[in-house]
Write a protein that binds this ligand. Structure first.
Ligand SMILES: Nc1nc2c(ncn2[C@@H]2O[C@H](COP(=O)(O)OP(=O)(O)OP(=O)(O)O)[C@@H](O)[C@H]2O)c(=O)[nH]1
Ligand SMILES: [Mg+2]
Length: 631
């Protein structure tokens, strides 16, 4: 947000009598002038309301950097009036022009320009400097016994015992913070009355808008919805141009805490709307809006997951998927955004556990009826997360794997179509030449160290190994020995299928031919196959066998089965810290791969870059594994 430069506030600092040069020829002359002035002052005070207004105007001139609110406090007609700043500001201007003894056009326009300047926020440093100066002057006044006591707001706080028109934004903020911390309802009521009813738009150089936001948050904690609503409304009405996304986001969190979803969503759409097309996405203002919109949506999702209302959470996460690409375009990094993915994962996992044991029943209603819940709520977090810049955080991905793979067991090793397990759930198959890293990738995705056996020697995997994810405990006994085991598999259960490698496998020629023909049959005919991962070594690119597989896929793989190319061992192409450099692929390998894909007619396939060592590409793997889980 652009704030006025220092020069724009010069009017605030040039203040009437205080800055007049003090020159006197003799001490006696000065004394007589003072006596004359003070008697005129006393006579003004003692007369009618009109004279009180005049005094107020004088006050403004003396304290030109002080809030105009003092005017309305002193005018009896305004003190009981709840009409807020804009009205009081207008009446004030009218009053200045009508009643001031020196109400010439220049002074009226000066007042207007002062008030318009006050509506703008000053930079923090400038505001602090003015506040410091004012405090020093106040102290001086106190010590010389000239302190005017026009305060009617006595607080409990010893730090700020009174709020007056001369209080600073810091005073009010300190008072709000203290009252909130101490649960001091009396003080909060006093501050609310002061900020909502008595101050006008220029109080604290436009920072009143921010103070109202802070008050709204405090009032929501204190469950005073009337005060919160008024503070929110005045802020939106009078300070729209200077509303900070951070404040909007804090109010949204406050509203969510008190279960006021409708208002929270309204503020989100109004104050934290996505930047308009054509505006510079990487401007600070837009970046802040995008960041706080994303954070607010995370708050909505997280709160609803933890409060067992998955539909609202999934709705918020769907909205997050629109923000992610824009956050990338605005050049925000994962570090800038600091989104609480881990907490969201935990919330989704907890809610999912409740859904499985029947304790969570999703609500119905027009707002959420169209929301379709995924087979596991963690997938909705994953979908949103993959649209944002990633920081490849181990803890987050461990939480993903642990929530998505609660149990995984080896079921059977098939050697032909007759030995396959029953086709009762989705399957994800891993194919590729020997030693390319198929078994290692299965271990990485499931966050298990040695679920699938790996070896440096090509040809380790000799059967079509089926691993059942989220099946009922003891399911392998049913498949192996025909036992009857009680229980049911979970809704997100699926098979991971680790295939023997082709090409360099250290196995007899006949055996390799048998694998190749079994694989052809399996790819063409297995009805429950949902996704095929074709692994290619990222150091070497595709070899002849890979091109053959691509052609086979083009000809025989049913169209409803997703085909995904996975470049493996990307960590071997970089040196040094695997966290900072999780992996890369050379341009030549990429070009060769794209050419081979084009020649085989499979250019449509997505390409993922992975490393079982640095765990690169876990989220993208899960985006496709989801296809098997959801079938
Ligand atoms: N540095 C690194 N090594 C890997 C990676 N993936 C696999 N390896 C190593 O490559 C070797 C082969 O891995 P496997 O997972 O057994 O390969 P495979 O494709 O299952 O091999 P077969 O079962 O013989 O077809 C092992 O020594 C792994 O440790 C990786 O991403 N980075
Ligand atoms: Mg293997």
């Amino acid at each position: 947000m652009r704030r006025p430069s220092l020069s724009s506030s010069s009017g605030l600092r040039s203040g009437g009598a205080r800055s007049s040069p003090f020159r006197a020829n003799t001490f006696m002359l000065l004394l007589s002038v003072c006596v004359a002035l003070s008697s005129a002052w006393v006579s003004l005070l003692s007369t009618s309301s009109g004279s009180r207004r005049a005094k107020s105007i004088t006050t403004i001139r003396r304290h030109s950097d002080v809030s105009l609110a003092s005017m309305s406090f002193q005018d009896g007609s305004d003190s009981s009036n709840n009409s807020l700043a804009i009205n009081s500001q207008q009446s004030l201007n009218a009053m200045i022009s009508n009643n001031s003894p020196s109400s010439d056009s220049s002074s009226s326009s000066e007042s207007k320009s002062i008030s318009s300047r006050r509506k703008q926020k000053l930079p923090r440093s400038e505001r602090k400097a003015i506040e410091r100066k004012k405090k020093t002057q106040q102290k001086g006044q106190l010590s010389s016994g000239k302190q005017k006591n026009n305060a009617s707001f006595t607080l409990h706080s010893t730090a700020v015992s009174q709020l007056t028109s001369e209080s600073t934004a810091d005073d009010v903020l300190r008072a709000i913070k203290r009252a909130q911390k101490q649960h001091d309802h009396h003080d909060l009521r006093v501050i609310a009355k002061f900020l909502i009813e008595e101050c006008d738009v220029g109080f604290a150089y436009g920072y009143r808008g921010s103070l109202l936001a802070r008050l709204a948050v405090a009032a929501l904690r204190w469950e005073n919805h009337v005060v919160a609503r008024r503070a929110i409304d005045i802020r939106r009405l009078e300070y729209r141009a200077s509303m900070m996304p951070m404040e909007s986001s804090a109010i949204i969190r406050g509203l969510l805490r008190t279960h006021n979803d409708t208002d929270a969503l309204e503020i989100l759409q109004d104050e934290l709307a996505l930047p308009l097309e054509g505006t510079a996405l990487d401007s600070l203002e837009n970046q802040s809006k995008i960041k706080h919109r994303a954070r607010s949506l995370c708050s909505i999702a997280s709160r609803h997951f933890f409060e067992s209302e998955p539909k609202m959470a999934v709705l918020a996460l769907q909205m997050m998927t629109e923000v992610g690409p824009i956050a990338r375009q605005s050049k925000l990094t994962a570090e800038d955004l600091k989104l609480p993915w881990l907490r969201l994962m935990q919330g989704a996992a907890q809610c999912e556990a409740g859904r499985r044991d029947g304790s969570v029943t999703p609500c119905v209603g027009p707002a959420v009826d169209h929301v379709i819940l995924p087979c596991n709520l963690v997938y909705s977090v994953l979908s949103a997360m993959s649209t944002f810049p990633s920081e490849n955080d181990d803890l987050v991905y461990e939480a993903v794997s642990n929530a998505l793979v609660r149990r995984v067991v080896f079921i059977t090793g098939a050697v032909d179509m007759t030995t396959l397990p029953p086709a009762d759930r989705g399957e994800a198959a891993f194919i590729g030449r020997s030693n390319v890293g198929k078994s290692s990738l299965i271990n990485m995705a499931t966050n298990r160290k040695s679920l699938a056996y790996t070896s440096k020697t090509p040809g380790k995997t000799q059967q079509f190994n089926f691993f059942a994810v989220n099946d009922k405990p003891g399911r392998e006994k049913e498949v192996k020995y025909g036992d009857i085991v009680e229980g049911e598999r979970d809704a997100d259960s699926f098979y991971l299928v680790d295939l023997p490698g082709f090409g360099f496998a250290k196995a007899p020629e006949a055996q390799r031919k048998a694998w190749a023909s079994f694989m052809g049959e399996y790819l063409a005919n297995r009805k429950t196959l949902k996704v095929v991962f074709h692994l290619i070594d990222s150091r070497h690119g595709p070899i002849d066998e890979d091109s053959n597989i691509m052609k086979q896929v083009k000809e025989n793989l049913p169209k409803n089965v997703a085909y995904v190319i996975v470049l493996t061992k990307a960590d071997k192409n970089v040196k040094g810290n695997s966290k900072k450099n999780p992996g890369k692929v050379s341009e030549k390998v990429m070009d060769d791969l794209k050419q081979a894909m084009a020649e085989s007619g499979v250019s449509y396939a997505p390409i993922l870059i992975t490393s079982a060592e640095s765990k690169l590409g876990r989220d993208s793997m899960w985006r496709y594994l989801r296809l098997a889980a959801e079938s």
